[in-house]
Design a protein around this ligand. Structure first.
Ligand code: HEC
Length: 171
Protein backbone atom coordinates (compact mmCIF):
# COMPACT_ATOMS: atom_id res chain seq x y z
CA UNK A 1 0.00 0.00 0.00
CA UNK A 2 1.04 3.50 -0.77
CA UNK A 3 1.62 4.59 2.82
CA UNK A 4 4.03 1.74 3.41
CA UNK A 5 6.06 2.44 0.30
CA UNK A 6 6.84 6.03 1.26
CA UNK A 7 8.55 5.98 4.64
CA UNK A 8 10.50 9.18 4.04
CA UNK A 9 7.50 11.15 2.92
CA UNK A 10 5.45 9.71 5.71
CA UNK A 11 8.06 10.90 8.21
CA UNK A 12 8.07 14.35 6.66
CA UNK A 13 4.31 14.48 6.77
CA UNK A 14 4.26 13.25 10.35
CA UNK A 15 6.69 15.95 11.43
CA UNK A 16 4.71 18.57 9.53
CA UNK A 17 1.50 17.34 11.14
CA UNK A 18 3.11 17.39 14.60
CA UNK A 19 4.34 20.95 14.10
CA UNK A 20 0.96 22.07 12.77
CA UNK A 21 -0.66 20.26 15.67
CA UNK A 22 1.43 22.18 18.20
CA UNK A 23 0.38 25.47 16.68
CA UNK A 24 -3.28 24.59 16.52
CA UNK A 25 -3.56 23.41 20.14
CA UNK A 26 -5.33 26.06 22.13
CA UNK A 27 -6.35 28.12 19.12
CA UNK A 28 -9.18 25.89 17.95
CA UNK A 29 -8.43 22.39 19.12
CA UNK A 30 -12.12 21.65 19.70
CA UNK A 31 -13.58 21.00 16.29
CA UNK A 32 -11.20 22.37 13.69
CA UNK A 33 -10.90 20.21 10.59
CA UNK A 34 -7.45 18.82 9.86
CA UNK A 35 -5.41 21.36 7.92
CA UNK A 36 -5.76 21.49 4.16
CA UNK A 37 -2.67 19.97 2.52
CA UNK A 38 -1.19 22.84 0.53
CA UNK A 39 1.23 20.77 -1.48
CA UNK A 40 2.20 17.18 -2.09
CA UNK A 41 5.18 17.55 0.29
CA UNK A 42 2.79 17.69 3.23
CA UNK A 43 1.29 14.34 2.29
CA UNK A 44 2.43 10.73 1.92
CA UNK A 45 1.90 10.96 -1.86
CA UNK A 46 4.60 11.20 -4.52
CA UNK A 47 2.55 13.44 -6.82
CA UNK A 48 -0.81 15.17 -7.09
CA UNK A 49 -1.86 12.68 -9.72
CA UNK A 50 -1.09 9.81 -7.39
CA UNK A 51 -3.23 11.43 -4.66
CA UNK A 52 -6.17 11.84 -7.05
CA UNK A 53 -5.97 8.24 -8.28
CA UNK A 54 -5.57 6.97 -4.73
CA UNK A 55 -8.66 8.80 -3.44
CA UNK A 56 -10.75 7.65 -6.42
CA UNK A 57 -9.69 4.03 -5.88
CA UNK A 58 -10.36 4.23 -2.14
CA UNK A 59 -13.81 5.73 -2.74
CA UNK A 60 -14.62 2.94 -5.19
CA UNK A 61 -13.46 0.42 -2.55
CA UNK A 62 -15.73 2.10 -0.02
CA UNK A 63 -18.68 1.69 -2.37
CA UNK A 64 -17.84 -2.00 -2.86
CA UNK A 65 -17.42 -2.52 0.87
CA UNK A 66 -20.83 -1.00 1.58
CA UNK A 67 -22.49 -3.14 -1.06
CA UNK A 68 -20.95 -6.24 0.51
CA UNK A 69 -22.00 -5.15 4.01
CA UNK A 70 -25.54 -4.56 2.88
CA UNK A 71 -25.56 -8.13 1.63
CA UNK A 72 -24.11 -9.42 4.94
CA UNK A 73 -26.47 -7.49 7.18
CA UNK A 74 -29.68 -6.84 5.27
CA UNK A 75 -29.88 -9.96 3.11
CA UNK A 76 -28.08 -12.52 5.28
CA UNK A 77 -28.53 -11.01 8.74
CA UNK A 78 -25.02 -12.17 9.54
CA UNK A 79 -23.46 -9.67 11.95
CA UNK A 80 -20.59 -12.03 12.77
CA UNK A 81 -19.61 -12.39 9.14
CA UNK A 82 -19.85 -8.62 8.69
CA UNK A 83 -17.59 -7.77 11.63
CA UNK A 84 -14.21 -7.64 9.81
CA UNK A 85 -15.69 -5.59 6.98
CA UNK A 86 -17.36 -3.24 9.46
CA UNK A 87 -13.98 -2.69 11.11
CA UNK A 88 -12.50 -1.84 7.73
CA UNK A 89 -15.37 0.55 7.00
CA UNK A 90 -14.87 2.30 10.32
CA UNK A 91 -11.19 2.76 9.60
CA UNK A 92 -11.62 4.00 6.05
CA UNK A 93 -14.79 6.08 6.00
CA UNK A 94 -13.09 8.90 7.88
CA UNK A 95 -11.66 12.38 7.63
CA UNK A 96 -8.25 11.11 8.67
CA UNK A 97 -8.20 8.61 5.84
CA UNK A 98 -9.35 10.87 3.02
CA UNK A 99 -8.41 14.48 3.70
CA UNK A 100 -4.65 14.08 3.04
CA UNK A 101 -5.50 13.05 -0.53
CA UNK A 102 -7.39 16.31 -1.16
CA UNK A 103 -4.35 18.47 -1.82
CA UNK A 104 -5.26 22.09 -2.55
CA UNK A 105 -6.14 22.62 -6.20
CA UNK A 106 -6.31 18.97 -7.27
CA UNK A 107 -9.41 19.38 -9.41
CA UNK A 108 -9.69 19.59 -13.19
CA UNK A 109 -8.56 16.97 -15.69
CA UNK A 110 -8.79 13.44 -14.37
CA UNK A 111 -10.89 14.40 -11.35
CA UNK A 112 -14.56 15.03 -10.63
CA UNK A 113 -13.76 17.15 -7.57
CA UNK A 114 -15.24 20.67 -7.56
CA UNK A 115 -12.96 23.60 -6.70
CA UNK A 116 -15.40 24.58 -3.91
CA UNK A 117 -13.76 21.86 -1.80
CA UNK A 118 -10.81 24.16 -1.12
CA UNK A 119 -12.92 27.32 -0.80
CA UNK A 120 -15.12 25.69 1.84
CA UNK A 121 -12.59 23.33 3.40
CA UNK A 122 -14.15 23.08 6.86
CA UNK A 123 -17.56 22.37 5.42
CA UNK A 124 -16.15 19.77 3.06
CA UNK A 125 -14.29 18.15 5.96
CA UNK A 126 -17.52 18.08 7.98
CA UNK A 127 -18.96 15.85 5.27
CA UNK A 128 -16.57 13.14 6.41
CA UNK A 129 -17.35 13.55 10.13
CA UNK A 130 -21.03 13.26 9.22
CA UNK A 131 -20.18 10.01 7.45
CA UNK A 132 -18.22 8.81 10.49
CA UNK A 133 -21.29 9.35 12.67
CA UNK A 134 -23.60 7.49 10.30
CA UNK A 135 -21.13 4.61 10.12
CA UNK A 136 -21.00 4.45 13.95
CA UNK A 137 -24.78 4.09 14.01
CA UNK A 138 -24.49 1.24 11.53
CA UNK A 139 -21.79 -0.46 13.61
CA UNK A 140 -23.89 -0.16 16.77
CA UNK A 141 -26.91 -1.65 15.02
CA UNK A 142 -24.79 -4.56 13.80
CA UNK A 143 -23.30 -5.14 17.25
CA UNK A 144 -26.81 -5.38 18.66
CA UNK A 145 -27.86 -7.56 15.74
CA UNK A 146 -30.68 -5.12 15.13
CA UNK A 147 -31.13 -5.63 11.40
CA UNK A 148 -33.97 -3.17 11.03
CA UNK A 149 -31.81 -0.45 12.55
CA UNK A 150 -28.94 -1.55 10.31
CA UNK A 151 -31.16 -1.19 7.24
CA UNK A 152 -32.08 2.35 8.30
CA UNK A 153 -28.43 3.13 8.98
CA UNK A 154 -27.50 2.09 5.44
CA UNK A 155 -29.96 4.66 4.07
CA UNK A 156 -28.42 7.32 6.28
CA UNK A 157 -24.92 6.42 5.14
CA UNK A 158 -26.07 6.61 1.53
CA UNK A 159 -27.58 10.06 2.11
CA UNK A 160 -24.30 11.21 3.63
CA UNK A 161 -22.36 10.09 0.54
CA UNK A 162 -24.83 11.75 -1.81
CA UNK A 163 -25.02 14.97 0.13
CA UNK A 164 -21.28 15.52 -0.23
CA UNK A 165 -21.33 14.50 -3.89
CA UNK A 166 -24.08 16.98 -4.64
CA UNK A 167 -22.00 19.83 -3.23
CA UNK A 168 -18.45 18.81 -4.12
CA UNK A 169 -18.38 16.35 -7.01
CA UNK A 170 -19.29 16.81 -10.69
CA UNK A 171 -21.76 14.16 -11.86
C1 HEC B 1 -17.06 14.82 2.15
C2 HEC B 1 -17.28 14.48 0.80
C3 HEC B 1 -17.54 13.09 0.33
C4 HEC B 1 -18.15 12.07 1.01
C5 HEC B 1 -18.72 12.07 2.41
C6 HEC B 1 -18.19 10.96 0.10
N1 HEC B 1 -17.62 11.29 -1.09
FE1 HEC B 1 -17.46 10.10 -2.71
N2 HEC B 1 -16.48 11.57 -3.70
C7 HEC B 1 -16.22 12.82 -3.22
C8 HEC B 1 -15.47 13.59 -4.20
C9 HEC B 1 -15.00 15.01 -4.06
C10 HEC B 1 -15.29 12.73 -5.30
C11 HEC B 1 -14.53 13.04 -6.60
C12 HEC B 1 -13.07 12.61 -6.43
C13 HEC B 1 -12.24 12.91 -7.65
O1 HEC B 1 -12.64 12.53 -8.77
O2 HEC B 1 -11.17 13.51 -7.49
C14 HEC B 1 -15.95 11.47 -4.95
C15 HEC B 1 -15.99 10.37 -5.79
C16 HEC B 1 -16.57 9.16 -5.48
C17 HEC B 1 -16.59 8.01 -6.35
C18 HEC B 1 -16.04 7.93 -7.76
C19 HEC B 1 -14.58 7.51 -7.70
C20 HEC B 1 -14.01 7.39 -9.10
O3 HEC B 1 -14.01 6.28 -9.62
O4 HEC B 1 -13.61 8.40 -9.67
C21 HEC B 1 -17.25 7.02 -5.68
C22 HEC B 1 -17.54 5.61 -6.15
C23 HEC B 1 -17.61 7.55 -4.39
N3 HEC B 1 -17.19 8.86 -4.28
C24 HEC B 1 -18.29 6.84 -3.43
C25 HEC B 1 -18.62 7.35 -2.17
C26 HEC B 1 -19.35 6.61 -1.17
C27 HEC B 1 -19.87 5.19 -1.34
C28 HEC B 1 -19.48 7.43 -0.10
C29 HEC B 1 -20.17 7.18 1.20
C30 HEC B 1 -19.91 5.96 1.89
C31 HEC B 1 -18.82 8.67 -0.44
N4 HEC B 1 -18.32 8.59 -1.70
C32 HEC B 1 -18.74 9.75 0.42
C33 HEC B 1 -16.60 13.31 -2.00
C34 HEC B 1 -17.20 12.59 -1.00
Amino acid sequence: MLFCLQPQRLTQATIAAAVLGLFSIGAHAEHAAPAMPQSVDETPFASEREAVIWRQDELKDLERLLRQLRFDLVNNQDAQGAAPRLAELQEKATQAHFLPAFIAGTHGRGSDAKPEIWEEWDQFATGFTDLEQKVSTLVEAAEQEDYRAATRAFSEVGLSCRSCHRAYRYD
